[in-house]
Write a protein that binds this ligand. Structure first.
Ligand code: CAO
Length: 562
């Protein structure tokens, strides 16, 4: 049998002690090469640590909420048959190491069902005020059955607070946490990510001090189908799990946060750390729209929401009117397919940018007749170097000139909303269309590279993007983004700013047009430019000057090659 491979956290840039926000696989799962095993989240971004090669998960060494750094072993992978020979090669690339096949036990083994059943029976008989083991079961979750566990938020041995989410369930309509009914220590985790659970299923066992238990509390702790439960229907989700009446929410006054709706708070999709943070600030998670993976509420969402409330509410995207839910099958045959992983991650980010940054798009045209002649003249030299010389390399070089002339475009708005962070470097992102979705690789220091270097990096990064091999650090640090649909078509579009950048340049397909030179119409190759910008930072006049200047730099085509 092949040796197991230790999968380690790769180089994650300047970050240390990064939080594991999701464990995407379970022991025994078969995984493909590049499949995400865990998700890490820094202040800036979420990223997956992928499997270096196909195989079976022989052990998991981390749990949600753990902190990891470069080199931390996160899982043991039993290579798929036939891939053993590649293992050592892969190790080098991924920082993985082999270990003896025997060392494959999961770091968070599960306790047995027999123990928890017994514990549950004894818990029902135990007097109030005693420390005892209780079973936490899926409460009444309305009309849903066999709901997917999308996240296990705790591991065995972990101390939890009352109301802290233990697992997250996701139905077609909503994500909800099953919370701990009491503070205590997790003695067993009974579900894994990907399991399907229904009302009454045991999700965990907890050693807790149970004082003054009310009938309502009993119902949540052991509210399964097997219990003699009171009438069903009034305790959807976790509404009664706190045993406290939920204070009725009231509108926010300026400088004041609305009261927390406890039942909504318990159901909100957020990690324990974010829950604690929200409690500290008095923020109601039920009111916050999550921008993280699968709509998870991040620390930044909480901060942003609190800031907006203190400024008088609105604007952050929280409390947006919902699009009505429609049963499309009433009108004809339908098929429901999962979004790609990239779309699930990029969707909330695009939406966060769209709702946070007031967008305006400035359209313009650049005469690139001369630039295209230069590009064609360089094409064969580029080909000799194995590089394709497309207009995009020139456009990125021209953008650097415009960014130097208009530094406010090479900036980000400080989260305090009162300062602009001006960047003295010129790292440019470009949108790349891949079979899995849209990604934005970044070319660093474009100002210090000639057009051949830029074209070569464009080709390399676009190739990696299409193969799904981009590393996280190759998508970080951009100051400004170019989104080119020039190779496809169209005359104009409205790109969404890649926040926290403040502007993005959309480029459409160049076309030969008759242009009046004062005496005659001349055939000129005209490139459509669509600059979207964050109107909190950029004014319309500045945007018009920016595109005008950019068009002039492209027309002259000076200082773009070297
Ligand atoms: N006008 C006319 N022709 C253009 C052009 C333009 N603006 N831009 C590129 N072309 C031509 C190229 O010269 C090339 O032609 P040849 O093969 O004859 O030289 C052809 O179109 C294809 O170019 P390309 O698309 O392969 O290369 P690129 O450098 O222009 O773009 C990349 C690379 C990765 C940006 C592109 O492949 C891509 O993914 N574009 C989609 C980006 C996207 O989805 N944006 C929308 C996001 S929402 O904001």
């Amino acid at each position: 049998m092949a040796d197991n491979i230790q999968v380690k956290v790769p180089d994650i840039g300047d970050f240390d002690e990064v939080e594991v926000i999701d464990v995407l696989v379970s022991v025994g799962d078969q995984v493909e090469a590049e499949q995400g095993l865990i998700t890490l989240e820094t202040d800036k971004a979420a990223m997956d640590v992928p499997a270096p090669q196909p195989g079976k998960i022989a052990g998991l060494q981390v749990a949600t909420g753990d902190k990891v750094s470069e080199g931390t072993v996160i899982a043991l992978l039993e290579p798929a048959a036939g891939d053993e020979d590649d293992a050592s090669e892969e190790e080098e690339a991924s920082g993985a190491e082999t270990t003896e096949a025997g060392e494959t036990e999961a770091a968070h083994p599960e306790s047995t069902d027999a123990e928890s059943t017994e514990a549950s029976e004894s818990s029902d008989a135990a007097p109030a005020g005693e420390t005892r083991e209780i079973e936490v079961k899926v409460p009444d979750i309305g009309d849903f059955d066999a709901v997917e566990v999308i996240e296990v938020l705790v591991s065995e041995g972990e101390e939890v607070e009352a109301e802290q989410g233990l697992i997250t369930l996701e139905s077609d309509k909503a994500a909800m946490d099953v919370p701990a009914p009491h503070a205590g220590k997790v003695t067993g985790v009974k579900t894994r990510t990907g399991d399907k659970v229904s009302e009454g299923d045991v999700v965990a066992t907890l050693l807790a001090q149970v004082a003054d238990e009310t009938p309502d509390e009993k119902k949540t702790t052991g509210g399964g189908k097997s219990e003699k439960s009171p009438e069903k229907g009034s305790d959807k989700g976790t509404e009664k799990s706190s045993g406290r009446p939920a204070p009725s929410p009231r509108p926010a006054d300026r400088g004041e946060l609305p009261a927390i709706d406890e039942s909504g708070f318990a159901r909100a999709h957020a990690t324990p750390a974010v829950r604690r943070f929200a409690r500290e600030l008095g923020a109601d998670l039920a009111r916050i729209r999550g921008s993280g993976y699968k709509g998870r509420i991040t620390r930044d969402d909480v901060k942003q929401w609190v800031k907006t409330q203190l400024r008088g509410g609105g604007g952050s995207g929280a409390g947006l009117p919902q699009v009505p839910e429609i049963d499309h099958s009433r009108f004809g045959e339908i098929e429901r397919v999962a979004l790609s992983r990239i779309k699930k991650i990029s969707g909330p980010r695009l939406q966060a940018s769209w709702v946070n940054a007031p967008h305006v798009t400035q359209h313009d045209e650049a005469d690139i007749t001369r630039m295209d002649a230069v590009r064609k003249a360089l094409k064969s030299d580029a080909e000799a170097l194995g590089t394709k010389m497309t207009p995009l390399a020139f456009i990125m070089k021209a953008c650097v000139h415009a960014l130097k002339e208009f530094p406010d475009f090479n900036a980000s708005l400080d989260p305090d909303g009162e300062h602009l962070i001006l960047k003295k470097y010129f790292h440019l992102g470009f949108a790349a269309d891949t079979p899995h979705g849209l990604v934005v690789p970044v070319i660093r220091d474009v100002d210090q590279k000639n057009v051949f270097d830029v074209a070569r990096e464009l080709g390399e990064l676009a190739g990696k993007a299409r193969e799904g091999k981009l590393q996280q650090k190759e998508m970080q640090g951009a100051c400004f983004t170019v989104s080119s649909l020039g190779g496809i078509g169209g005359t104009a579009f409205t790109p969404i700013v890649n926040a926290p950048e403040v502007a993005i340049l959309g480029v459409s397909k160049a076309a030969m047009k008759p242009v009046w030179n004062g005496q005659d119409f001349e055939p000129r190759l005209m490139l459509p430019l669509s600059l979207s910008y964050d109107h909190r930072v950029i004014d319309g006049a500045a945007a018009a000057r920016f595109t005008g200047y950019l068009a002039e730099v492209l027309r002259e085509c000076r200082n773009l090659v070297m």
